[in-house]
Design a protein around this ligand. Structure first.
Ligand code: IMP
Length: 187
């Protein structure tokens, strides 16, 4: 079935919210914190596809303690910029996490529906501990009570793209984080 994409917007025309250097500095800092918190232990990083892939890749390389990683995928917003509220698991973890120290790694904590669903699911596997790392946090959008343990940046209620984050699957490869314009014809 043919799906029509919204018009392409040149990401270079979008306002930069966080530069490559600012992101790298915060990821390093979180990586250091995680390395201290889990000293002498092994951590399983579980990334939420696809948005967290780039953040997880950078975070894993900034962590000095033993770590492995896995991925889950949930139903996405598709072209909508607001959540339907329904979260569905599309891909489960590959390896057991019982008795392990797990960090769920997500691109954005927005309404909280995705991470609270995933947290509940992961807790059923009886990990030794479960924490959350998110690149961005939009606290004013929260619909369910959930907080991130490791956050790069808190942001206001703006729609952003880049550093793994998309709009209609585009712009994930943009190296910095930019604000998607609110007034684009066809969006
Ligand atoms: P939540 O379930 O509402 O917390 O949504 C989390 C997911 O919504 C994120 O993993 C993103 O995929 C998506 N999302 C929320 N805000 C944005 C945004 O500003 N840009 C791109 N994706 C977003």
């Amino acid at each position: 079935m043919a799906t029509s994409l919204p018009p392409y917007v040149d990401p270079l025309s979008m306002e930069v919210l966080f530069s490559v250097d600012q992101i790298a500095e915060r990821v390093q800092s979180i990586g250091k914190q995680i390395s201290e918190d889990y000293a002498g232990q092994t951590v399983v990083l579980i990334g939420v596809l696809k948005g967290a892939a780039i953040f997880l890749a950078d975070l894993a390389r900034s962590i000095s303690v033993d770590n492995t990683f896995d991925f889950v995928a949930v139903s996405s917003y598709g072209r909508a910029r607001v959540s339907s509220g329904a979260v569905k698991l599309i891909k489960d973890i590959d390896n057991p996490i019982e008795g392990k120290h797990v960090i769920l790694v997500e691109d954005i904590l927005d309404t909280g529906l995705t991470l609270s669903y995933l947290r509940g699911l992961m807790l059923q596997h009886k990990p030794a501990s479960l924490k959350i790392a998110t690149c961005l946090d939009k606290p004013e959008r929260r619909l369910v009570p959930i907080e991130s343990d490791y956050t790069c940046f808190q942001i206001p209620n703006r729609f952003v793209i880049g550093y793994g984050m998309d709009y209609a699957e585009r712009y994930r490869g943009v190296a910095d984080i930019r604000i998607f314009p609110e007034t684009v014809p066809g969006h």
